[in-house]
Design a protein around this ligand. Sequence first.
Ligand code: PHE
Length: 329
Amino acid sequence: MPPASKNLEALEAEAREAIAAAPTPAALTQVRARFLGRKGSVSEFLRGIGDLDAAERSNAGQAANAVKQRVEQWVAERRERLERSARRRSLEAHGVDVTLPGAIPPSGHLHPITHVTRHMVRFFTSLGFSVEEGPEVETDYYNFEALNIPSDHPARDEQDTFYVEGGNLLRTHTSNVQIRAMTGRTPPFRFIAPGRVYRHDLSPKHSPMFHQIEGFLVDERVSFGDLKGILYAFARHLMGDDVELRFRANHFPFTEPSAEMDVRSGGEWLEWGGCGMIHPAVLDRCGIDSDRYQGFAFGMGIDRTAMHRFGIPHLRLLFEGDVRVLEQI
Ligand code: PHE
């Protein structure tokens, strides 16, 4: 048997080589186990020392412990190296080239209807109007009866109105909010009510759902002149100073007198909506003394306003959700 020290030198050299050759941290862990683990060759050597003469024992023990320490150190150094180069490789592979131009993430914008609605609401809230909402699924009372719309009125026909189960309907206009907001309130008050309305009109130029904005004000000594003044200011706010309004005599069961209004700024006249002085019977039905109070009301199409403003040729383009169209607006 060769002297123990000889054996140890060979072991050390072998370990050194194996450590230097370990390609990965995992391989290095195995190499370390091979030499320093509980069953590793250096550990075995240390255990074998017990069999030596007392004289040799202490020298061999010291030498083996020194080898053990050196091997530990080489392993640590090699591990550090391997990890450093792995880090560098991964940085090179996934690194960011800060000199490249940035990618601009696509950003959305408000839908034209939302945009125009907010613009409208802002005008009226600046005049002290409050925003009021009403349900889209409505009872016959609020949509028709309380607004003086008689049971034989064509608007009530199934041709025009979507009825839902239980006798309710999809509101055909935002005027239902007049009744809901006025009932139980004492004038003076002023409200604005934008929202969706539904009519059974499936012709290609129309949409069975569209948007209206309702406005109404009740006080003492309110006149049609007040109504016109507000509508002119509103039209200028939306379309600029050169805007023109046209009032055509019309009939609505819930206003008297009533008018249809058209608007023009530059190009063609646009049918904008209806308006009038709130019918005294409607005020009375809401518990408001019509001898003392008067009110005006108006309701116009938001979609038409948006189409006019953004030059959108078809109403349906607004609702189909085609981002290629919406992105152009
Ligand atoms: N509700 C009517 C419509 O939808 C418009 C209107 C509102 C008319 C308020 C007069 C007063 O056609």
